[in-house]
Design a protein. Structure first.
Length: 184
């Protein structure tokens, strides 16, 4: 019986690892902005302390490393990891880029996720902030529902077609009043 339980745990952890590996997390903001514009998907900026932030690790384990999130992310966003590690070395360019983004988005705690649209103009990336989130208890369904609300995505089973239009109009009003940020 113990062998069966151990085997199931190994298979389960392997599936979680494989699922997490299916996602592509960009680290270069200019490359991510280009991809965002090319695919017409907003950017998902994940501000994390990967090697020290317990809530960041918990968010990844409970939400980002699940099949539900992987499927949702592939369809809806361009993933960008902006890491602020304490022990893991980073290139000076990434450290500078991430520090500028932390300031531009006024990130004061981790984990923070910002959704934003980006445009490249004259060598600068300009952001239109759509909304932000952090750790939310309840697993991938609850977290994704909150993200969908920020992005103005209405789940197919949530509302009838006439309700969807009014819901989308409300969400559009939220995003048109979004903040602007610029990265040099």
């Amino acid at each position: 019986m113990k062998k069966i339980i151990i085997a199931l745990l190994l298979i389960s952890s392997t599936l979680t690892t494989v699922t997490a590996q299916e996602l592509t997390w960009e680290t270069n903001i200019k490359k991510a902005a280009d991809l965002s514009n090319k695919t017409h998907k907003p950017m998902f900026l994940f501000f994390t302390g990967s090697d020290w932030c317990g809530w960041c690790m918990r968010l990844q384990k409970e939400v980002f490393n699940t099949p539900e999130f992987v499927s949702w992310a592939k369809q809806n966003v361009v993933l960008v990891e902006l890491d602020y590690p304490r022990r893991t070395p980073q290139s000076p360019e990434i450290v500078q880029q991430n520090a500028e983004l932390q300031q531009a988005f006024n990130v004061q705690g981790y984990p923070t996720v910002w959704f934003a649209n980006a445009t490249n103009k004259d060598g600068k990336v300009n952001f239109s902030q759509l909304g932000s989130s952090g750790y939310v208890a309840g697993g991938p369904g609850v977290w994704i529902a909150g993200a969908n609300k920020i992005l103005g995505i209405v789940a197919k089973t949530e509302a009838a077609p006439e309700q969807k239009n009014s819901s989308n109009n409300k969400e559009t009003k939220k995003t048109t009043t979004s903040k602007k940020a610029t990265l040099k």
